[in-house]
Design a protein around this ligand. Sequence first.
Ligand SMILES: [Zn+2]
Length: 108
Amino acid sequence: MTGKVMVRGEHVARETLAKLLFTHGVRFKTDVTGQISLLVHGDLSGQGVTDMTFELSKKLLNVLNQDSHGHHVCVISSAGLTALMDGGEARCFHEHLVELARRSRQAT
Ligand SMILES: [Zn+2]
């Protein structure tokens, strides 16, 4: 997880969230490695992310690094996490982030 992660619109402390997710069968890790399959980005807001310019955090950069190794790490928003916990679906922002990173590299 990175940024301010919310569940059902409320900010939840990392520790609480880790325990909560564990009851959903999720194993929580604090670093992005080859074992990670999902990153929750608390600062991504729903669908409006296209116009958003945010700094690529260290965790996001690690996600992109994994991508260059052919390992797809799904990146979802807080809303996506809530949806998953309710048995629904979440949008994956992975490709969007790869595109953002490519554009920011071109700009410098
Ligand atoms: Zn994905």
